[in-house]
Design a protein around this ligand. Structure first.
Ligand code: UDX
Length: 427
């Protein structure tokens, strides 16, 4: 099947490459010439496990092509909308301008055969507006991929959500995903609004879970209880489950924060005002982890300032993404408060340099830690968890460490003579 994918960011590039890998002919459309050049050369435009190989193979086989001209996709049977829907500048709602402009650019090339499938995360009700605006067949097929696992999540998702308005559109999507259906991935057929809501609801629930565990961690810190044991106990309850129970600096990234806010904004538009306040609290608790970390870090520095080795810039491990990164936020605030910050991240260094040129970014842990008054772990990279506290201790001027992601082994660090602090653990 000939398929177009509009937007080649994390979602679109991964989706296009995975569709090509499953045997479809795919044309990715984007306005960004730099990104198109990288993709055409057979490489992924960002760090994502396994994506380089898929893009390389797709481009080499001719099944995966890229263009900036929507006219080139006029013959496609299915058009996936994968453009970004960031938080609007003037509030908590989603900015849908990229979605409307991609749809309008596509409109002249649509006919009765074509099915437009939204994958972008949108406020509930957008799909129906899109259908009316285009006068075309529209379906909604949200993705739940996680950065760093995007290829795996796309090739073997937990579920396929197909929001459709006809049996024909359902059949078309089953053909697109024939490989996944054959592999037994559960398919949930539903209507357009439910499919749209599926994505923001999942993200809102995940956000609430993280803020809940962070509230519990703060109580542990104040009471001397052990947050590690507590989450093990909670996770053993099958109704709660083990995943997504890691306390620490809280959630960030290009999805969870803005999707949760957009969900609340849309709920209020729909008249669900009182209950939506639940998620205001979720957001507040999340942002509080960042201020708590800054305060704690400053309290551990002689005179509230000094040299800080910041380990981590990405919003989470296995990603080079720094969008709404809690780590970057904390690093910038410490820098503004007068600390000499030296930041290292295994993959996100280039993005940190681009986004925050005021910060000093170094290429390895040793350069960050040499002469530091405080070592601050802000992203849960396994490389940081594996650090040898004796070796790091030889580099620093004071053996003080603050683990804001709870990845270090306290006994090892205390045993090596460190003043060890962690969010969620009492001093
Ligand atoms: C998320 C959703 O998981 C995914 O389904 C959706 O499609 C997009 O948004 P992603 O942004 O890649 O994916 O990151 P995720 O792995 O969900 O982590 C989000 C944030 O929460 C990160 O900052 C992470 O460090 C933090 N987190 C995650 C915690 O603080 N504790 C946890 O237990 C899990």
């Amino acid at each position: 099947m000939l398929i177009s994918v509009l937007g080649t960011g994390y979602l679109g590039a991964t989706h296009a490459a995975c569709l090509a890998a499953s045997g479809h002919d795919v044309i990715g459309v984007d306005r960004d010439p730099g990104r198109l050049a990288v993709l055409r050369s057979g490489r992924a435009p960002f760090h994502e496990a396994g994506l380089d190989e898929l893009v390389r193979d797709g481009v080499a086989s001719g099944r995966l092509r890229f263009t900036d001209d929507p006219a080139d996709v006029a013959d496609a049977e299915v058009h996936f909308l994968c453009v970004g829907t960031p938080q609007a500048d003037d509030g908590d709602g989603a900015d849908l301008s990229a979605l409307w402009s991609a749809a309008d650019a596509l409109a002249p090339y649509l006919d009765d055969r074509a099915l437009v499938v939204g994958k972008s995360t949108v406020p509930v009700g957008t799909a129906a507006r899109l259908r009316d605006r285009l006068g075309a067949r529209v379906a909604w097929n949200p993705e739940f991929l996680r950065e760093g696992r995007a290829v795996r999540d796309t090739l073997s998702p937990d579920r396929l959500v197909l929001g459709v308005e006809s049996d024909d559109d359902h059949r078309t999507l089953l053909l697109v995903y024939a490989d996944l259906v054959a592999a037994g991935v559960p398919v949930i057929r539903t209507d357009l609004p439910t499919a749209e809501l599926a994505k923001v609801s999942a993200n809102a629930m995940l956000a609430a879970r993280i803020s809940t565990v962070n509230l519990l961690a703060e109580v542990c810190e104040a009471s001397g209880a052990d947050v590690g044991d507590l989450t093990t106990i909670l996770g053993a309850d099958p109704r709660i489950g083990r995943d997504f129970l890691a306390p620490g600096l809280g959630y960030g990234g290009g999805c969870l924060p803005k999707d949760t806010r957009a969900f609340v904004a849309r709920a209020r538009e729909l008249g669900v005002v009182e209950s939506a306040g639940l998620f205001d609290a979720v957001d507040r608790v999340n942002l509080r982890q960042r201020s708590r970390t800054v305060e704690l870090a400053r309290s551990l520095l002689p005179g509230g300032t000094g040299t800080v080795a910041v380990l981590g810039g990405a919003f989470k491990a296995e990603s080079d993404d720094v969008r709404d990164s809690p780590a970057l936020d904390v690093a910038v605030r410490l820098h503004r408060a007068g600390a000499a910050v030296r930041l290292h991240d295994p993959y996100a260094g280039a993005n940190v340099r681009r986004e925050r040129p005021e910060l000093t970014v170094v290429d390895d842990v040793a350069s960050a830690c040499r002469g530091a008054d405080l070592v601050l772990v802000l992203t849960e990279w396994p490389q940081f968890a594996a650090l040898d506290p004796h070796e790091v201790g030889e580099l620093v001027s004071r053996r003080t460490v603050l683990d804001a992601r709870l990845v270090l082994d306290p006994e090892k660090w205390v045993g090596a003579g460190w003043d060890f602090r962690a969010l969620g653990r009492s001093a």
